[in-house]
Design a protein around this ligand. Structure first.
Ligand code: ADP
Ligand code: S3P
Length: 305
C-alpha cells in the first residue's frame, strides 16, 4: 500500500524567511526510504552555507513532523540536532569585508551606558577592520597628567571632564579610520554629535540594565565616579544609577545611526540570556547594523554623493 507523506520542516526562528525565501541560501533535501514495517521514513538533509545561514549559530536542531494519509496513522518523527561548524572569527572577518568598502574610511563611534562594552567591542571592530582604536576616557586621562577619570571628577569636577571630552572628540573627528569608544555621557552635548557625525557613524550598544549592573559589579564601581553617589552593594548602586542615567539619556542614545540591541541578538540566536553573547557576536551585529545604515540612508552621504 502506498502512503502519501506530508512533511513540514520546523526550523528555528533565527533562520527566518530570508534564508528560505528571497535569498537562495541553503538547501533541504527530502528522500523517502522504502517502507519498513508499515512505516515510511523520510530522510531530510540540510545544508546551509555559513555566510548566509543564521551566520553565527553554534548548532541548531530541527524537527520533522510528518503526517500520513490513507491507512497510516501519523508517524513519529525524529528530532535531530545538527552541529554546524562554527567559527565566529571567520564570520566577523567576512562581515567586515562586506561592510568595509561602504565605510569610506569613516570613523565608528561607539556610544552607550557605562559597561555596555564600547571598549571591548570597539577593540574587536578596530582589529578586524584594521582601523585604529581610541578610548576617549583614556585620552582624557593622558591629557590630564595620567590622572584617572575618578580623580579628574574629584579634583576638577564633571564640567571640566566634559570639556576635555568634547576637545578629544573634536580632535578625533579630523582623523580617519578610527573606532572610538566614547564615555557613557558623550551623547549629552550637541556639539559632540556634530564632531562624531562629521565623518563618522555612531553606534549605540543597547544593553539591558541588569546585565550592565552585573558587569559593573564584577569589576567594582571605583573607576566610575557617577556611581559613587549611590548606596548599597555594587550591583544595587550600578542598577539604581544606570536606571536614572538611561531615563536622562535614552533619547540621546536613540539618535545613533545604528542600534545594537543585545536583547534582539539573543532572541535571534535563540539564547535565553544576553550574558550568553560573546563580544565577537556583538561586534558582528554591530557590523550588520552599520551595513544596514550604510546601504540605506547613510551610504549616499558618506560616499559624498
Ligand atoms: N559581551 C560581554 N559579555 C560579558 N562581559 C562583557 C561583555 N562586554 C564587556 N564585558 C565586560 O564588561 C565590563 C565593561 O566593558 P567595557 O568594554 O569596558 O565597557 P564600556 O567601555 O562601555 O564602559 C568589562 O569588565 C568587560 O570585560
Ligand atoms: O556615563 C558617564 O557619564 C561616564 C562614563 C564613563 O565612561 P564609560 O562609559 O567608558 O564607563 C566615564 O566617561 C565617566 O565616568 C562618565
Amino acid at each position: 500500500m502506498e502512503a502519501g507523506v506530508a512533511c513540514k520542516l520546523k526550523y528555528p526562528s533565527w533562520i527566518g524567511s530570508e534564508t528560505f525565501g528571497r535569498k537562495s541560501a541553503g538547501s533541504l533535501r527530502f528522500g523517502r526510504i522504502p517502507k519498513q514495517d508499515h512505516k515510511v521514513r523520510v530522510a531530510v538533509s540540510a545544508h546551509f552555507p555559513l555566510q548566509t545561514c543564521s551566520d553565527r549559530q553554534r548548532s541548531f536542531s530541527f524537527e520533522v513532523p510528518c503526517s500520513s494519509y490513507n491507512d497510516f496513522s501519523a508517524s513519529t518523527v525524529e528530532t535531530g540536532s545538527v552541529h554546524a561548524p562554527y567559527d565566529e572569527s571567520l564570520m566577523l572577518k567576512n562581515k567586515s569585508l562586506e561592510v568595509e568598502p561602504y565605510l569610506h574610511g569613516h570613523n565608528i563611534y561607539l556610544v552607550g551606558l557605562m559597561g555596555s562594552g564600547k571598549t571591548t567591542v570597539g577593540k574587536i571592530l578596530s582589529r578586524v577592520l584594521s582601523y585604529s582604536f581610541y578610548d576617549s576616557d583614556a585620552l582624557i586621562e593622558q591629557e590630564v597628567d595620567g590622572m584617572s577619570v575618578a580623580e579628574i571628577f574629584k579634583r576638577h569636577g564633571e564640567s571640566f571632564f566634559r570639556q576635555k571630552e568634547t576637545e578629544i572628540l573634536q580632535r578625533l573627528s579630523s582623523m580617519k579610520q578610527l573606532v572610538v569608544s566614547t564615555g557613557g555621557g558623550a551623547v549629552v552635548r550637541d556639539e559632540n554629535w556634530d564632531y562624531m557625525q562629521q565623518k563618522g557613524i555612531v553606534v549605540w550598544l543597547d544593553v539591558p540594565l541588569e546585565a550592565l549592573a552585573q558587569r559593573i559589579a564584577a569589576v567594582g564601581t571605583h573607576s566610575r565616579p557617577l556611581l559613587h553617589y549611590e548606596h548599597g552593594d555594587p550591583y544595587t548602586k550600578a542598577l539604581k544609577r544606570l536606571s536614572y542615567l538611561l531615563e536622562q539619556r535614552g533619547k540621546n542614545y536613540a539618535k545613533a545611526n545604528a542600534r545594537v540591541s543585545l536583547e534582539e541578538i539573543a532572541g535571534k540566536l535563540g539564547y535565553g540570556d544576553v550574558s550568553d553573547l560573546t563580544p565577537t557576536e556583538i561586534a558582528i551585529e554591530a557590523l550588520e547594523q552599520i551595513e544596514v545604515y550604510l546601504k540605506e540612508e547613510g551610504g549616499m552621504a558618506i560616499a559624498g554623493l
